[in-house]
Write a protein that binds this ligand. Sequence first.
Ligand SMILES: Cc1cc2nc3c(=O)[nH]c(=O)nc-3n(C[C@H](O)[C@H](O)[C@H](O)COP(=O)(O)OP(=O)(O)OC[C@H]3O[C@@H](n4cnc5c(N)ncnc54)[C@H](O)[C@@H]3O)c2cc1C
Length: 365
Amino acid sequence: MEILLTVISISLLGAALAAVVVLADLKLNDYGICAIDINDGQRVLSVKGGSTLLASLSSQDIFIPSACGGKATCGLCKINVLTNVGPVLPTEEPYLTEDEIGEGTRLACQLKVKNDLRVFIPEELFSIRRYRAKILKITDLTYDIKEFRFELLEPQAMEFAPGQYVQVDSKPYDGVEEVVSRAYSISSLPSEKGVLELIVRLVPGGVCSTFLHKHVKEGDELTLSGPFGDFYLREGADELLFIAGGSGLAPIKSMVLDILKKGLPKQMTFFFGAVRKRDLYYVDFFTELQEKYPNFRYIPALSDPGPDDDWNGEIGLITEVVARHVSDGQNKHAYLCGSPGMINACVDVLTKIGIDEERIFYDKF
Ligand SMILES: Cc1cc2nc3c(=O)[nH]c(=O)nc-3n(C[C@H](O)[C@H](O)[C@H](O)COP(=O)(O)OP(=O)(O)OC[C@H]3O[C@@H](n4cnc5c(N)ncnc54)[C@H](O)[C@@H]3O)c2cc1C
């Protein structure tokens, strides 16, 4: 009996302590309702304190670019905070220059809203919307890349510039409770009103790419937001070099098709780098474009063709292939999309050829 009473007393004491901790946590982290003043009173939001600035803004339909969905690994959600909110966090430091820190730039995914804030948000971000979209068609392009065609249900159309991307929201699946939002470049044309096409490579163990590859089917609905990004066509050059690897083909496809459709007087060369033949896709599509349009050239290249690949096209790293075909940088702009390693190597080669960095545009993923 004595033992039983001791056990009950200890349990009650434990429960009481836990309740105190929970209450203290609620009290300490209760920041009440905070006001976020955007662009000197242009909009003033009332939000419940305690969430990140990124989440607080998106809860009120203001979408800041954030390709990693709040993990502080992409550095895209920079925002100017005009209120003093203390020093930058170690997680923010790698993404901010000294000038940016001096101007009050912060990563919205790392900053918690604990007080009233004044922030500056560029006007163009206000046109970003969240969309409900239905998957019309899923097509296997390679063993690890799929094409997704979406119908936009609500709103029914998106204005975007070829090269821009959307952020797709995943849903819980198969024991993965984490819901993330990831960037995918739009591969279709803005003129295809109401339809959006994305090209997604399966990243082993990746939350969103696994969701899209293995846990959705035609007819399913999901949400996405956009358009985001500053990777789009610039004025000022008659010759355009496009270089891509893997799913980096997506924004390039949209850009090339847009130029051809509008009949712009641009000379274009598209270099696509792959390891083996099984990594190539849309070969017939781009070959047909090349046959139809004299101002478009398509150069697929394999870095390590296998014995069964029966390949008589270009061989070598894409940087070597580019160097073989481009002799000078005159009147040229270059648009690159692919892995950081591929892009860094290409920028090196292109600057040596004579295209300076201001004329090289890229999205790294
Ligand atoms: C501007 C922009 C545009 C993009 N456009 C496209 C696109 O059109 N098509 C496309 O397929 N992807 C694109 N991405 C990449 C995409 O946003 C995701 O990062 C990718 O799908 C992985 O997300 P996940 O949730 O599946 O993996 P996560 O759960 O984020 O990552 C799981 C693991 O994989 C690693 N990892 C994350 N990303 C990659 C990667 N790309 N390669 C190798 N390992 C990785 C992580 O370090 C982690 O260890 C784009 C990214 C950016 C920034």
